[in-house]
Design a protein around this ligand. Sequence first.
Ligand SMILES: Cc1cn([C@H]2C[C@H](O)[C@@H](COP(=O)(O)OP(=O)(O)O[C@H]3O[C@H](C)C(=O)[C@H](O)[C@H]3O)O2)c(=O)[nH]c1=O
Length: 174
Amino acid sequence: MRFAATDIAGVFEVHAEPHVDPRGAFARLYCPDEFARAGIDFTSVQINLSTNPTGGTLRGLHFQDPPFAEAKLVRAVRGKAFDVAVDLRPDSPTFRQWTSVVLDSRSMNAIFIPEGCAHGFLTLEDDTDLLYQMGRAYEPGQARGYRYDDPAFGIGWPKEIRVIRDADLEWPAA
Ligand SMILES: Cc1cn([C@H]2C[C@H](O)[C@@H](COP(=O)(O)OP(=O)(O)O[C@H]3O[C@H](C)C(=O)[C@H](O)[C@H]3O)O2)c(=O)[nH]c1=O
């Protein structure tokens, strides 16, 4: 497993480094000890699956405030997605900045998003499924969000948005 820093402190692209042979590939996707050696204290306690049949589906930007803030490890297990983390930590030098990773099921990469960041993604092809490993159990009613196009962030989404739920258009301005 290889951890690549991004423009935002604490956000990493995680490369699985699959073992490939004529049968296919085998990869370790998560290991708390390897995360700890990379300086990341992250224990996966809940796993979620997001299925998105239509390319151009946007979910997010979502986050939760303390004490319900969530760290998450997100990967595409089918298809491809433009995945975004936004730094919402007021004391961070990259406050309100964003970074992106293209999650590709074929390369087995992932993005680690620490507490204090918002998360969103835009699927780049039909039938894109994202698997989430969460650092805390789900707390109903704690979800907060900002619009994907909030001028405070200026996120450069790479393609037309074709599917988005109304609630993700109704978030307050940052
Ligand atoms: C997140 C979550 C949701 N739910 C229930 C609540 C709703 O009845 C249903 C769909 O939830 P929601 O519409 O919030 O799902 P998304 O819009 O895909 O939100 C997720 O996608 C963005 C991009 C994220 O980063 C978050 O992990 C999460 O907010 O699943 C659960 O039962 N457990 C959960 O952990």
